[in-house]
Design a protein around this ligand. Structure first.
Ligand SMILES: O=P(O)(O)OC[C@H]1O[C@H](O[C@H]2O[C@H](CO)[C@@H](O)[C@H](O)[C@H]2O)[C@H](O)[C@@H](O)[C@@H]1O
Length: 370
């Protein structure tokens, strides 16, 4: 059974792609493969865990068939644009964007993951018409430095550091939501992991000391979490690095590890993620109990799944994954890469402009300037 499955997967070019069982079934059906696989889910699971590489950081080239099949379940947001916007009429769209892999392409050096001017213009265009937030694993300061736009919300450290823009969007009753001001007069809304800062500094120092022995390993201080990058670490050293990180974190029971694209992330164990940040921002915008709000979230990584789940729980919204490979995801739609994200955002702003030019300016409606 396992040998058969391996052969089938190899023939389909899927041996390193992680797909959930039901998606494997639909793939096997679409390829007319042995249907006995469908009925033997236990063996299939075992075989999959042996055969498939479960680390999402390894992004294999998918077979065309696998990708096309996945696209059926997660249709392109570009191709579905008209349908999506038709369903959005009369609703209040709120845009949430991840940064790395969504607004900027994945590159070797995290400090060089710059956003293009075209992408910046597209985000600016969207933020002119819709409340817009960037929710990133990076520190808030860093992502703001990359994006350089004033009228968007920034949520850094996977949503553990949220700041409102200087001109907050007005509530549906026309009033601005209450915010607390920081020393510079900016609105600091939420930092639920503040008490962990001393421990985070300590962990960072320990990791810095230990990981310098691994060539290519790189630490990134994301304020309320830490990234240990291994994109440039030799394959044979990756597990040694993982072990090092695990041994440090074992001493800190209030922290846990998560994984992303060639990165290990150290996070305080609090019930707060990108999904909570999305909910928090919607509430701040006055949409807590609103039935006509439509959150649209675009992201490419595992941590974005929390936001996709939050939208799923709300029962309304557009979760969009950025991926060129089939992935297990709660997203309903897909875009292949940041260049498609750019096209989508530009189209979204154009659509809003066209549909609002006869009525009063949306910037007025949302209380936003240029
Ligand atoms: O939530 P995000 O905005 O997607 O942040 C997640 C991590 O993104 C960055 O790392 C990733 O992008 C780098 C630059 O392209 C790449 O070199 C790295 O391999 C990727 O994992 C960021 O540097 C991390 O701190 C974030 O946690």
């Amino acid at each position: 059974m396992k040998a058969n499955l391996v052969k089938i997967l190899q023939a389909m070019g899927l041996q390193r792609v992680l797909l959930p069982e039901h998606k494997m079934r639909s793939l096997s059906r679409s390829k007319n493969v042995d249907n006995s696989i469908d009925s033997d889910s236990a063996s299939m699971k075992t075989a999959l865990s042996v055969v498939l590489d479960v680390d999402s950081s390894n992004e294999p080239e998918p077979s065309e068939a696998a990708y096309l099949s996945w696209l059926k379940e997660h249709p392109s947001a570009l191709r579905s644009f008209e349908r999506m916007m038709k369903a959005a009429r009369g609703k209040r769209i709120v845009v949430f964007l991840d940064y790395d892999g969504t607004l900027s392409p994945i590159v070797n050096d995290p400090d060089r993951a710059l956003m293009s001017d075209e992408m910046r213009a597209a985000v600016r265009g969207v933020a002119k018409y819709f409340p817009t937030a960037i929710i990133s694993g990076r520190s808030r300061e860093k992502v703001k430095e990359f994006v350089q736009l004033p009228n968007v919300y920034y949520a850094g450290s996977h949503g553990m550091d949220i700041m409102a823009p200087p001109n907050p969007v007005k509530n549906s009753d026309g009033k601005s939501p209450p915010v607390s001001l920081d020393k510079k007069g900016n609105e600091v809304l939420f930092q639920p992991a503040k008490k962990f800062l001393p421990a985070i500094r300590q962990i960072y120092a320990e990791l810095e000391e230990k990981t310098r022995r691994i060539p290519g390993a790189r630490l990134e201080d994301n304020r309320f979490c830490i990234s240990v990058h291994f994109r440039q670490v030799k394959e044979e050293d990756v597990n040694i690095l993982r072990e090092m990180v695990r041994s440090v974190i074992a001493k800190y029971p209030d922290f846990h590890l998560t994984g992303g694209k060639k990165v290990i992330e150290i996070r305080p164990s609090i019930e707060w993620n990108k999904g909570n940040a999305l909910e928090y921002l919607l509430e701040t915008l006055g949409f807590k109990d609103s039935s006509d709000v439509l959150p649209l979230y675009i992201g490419d990584d595992r941590t974005d799944e929390d936001a996709f789940k939050a939208i799923e729980r709300r029962g309304q919204g557009y979760p969009i994954i950025v991926s060129t490979v089939p992935k297990d995801t709660k997203a309903l739609y897909s875009l292949s890469d940041p260049s498609e994200v750019l096209t989508f955002l530009s189209r979204l702003a154009r659509w809003r402009r066209a549909s609002s030019c006869s009525s009063r300016s949306s910037a007025q409606i949302w209380g936003l300037g240029d």
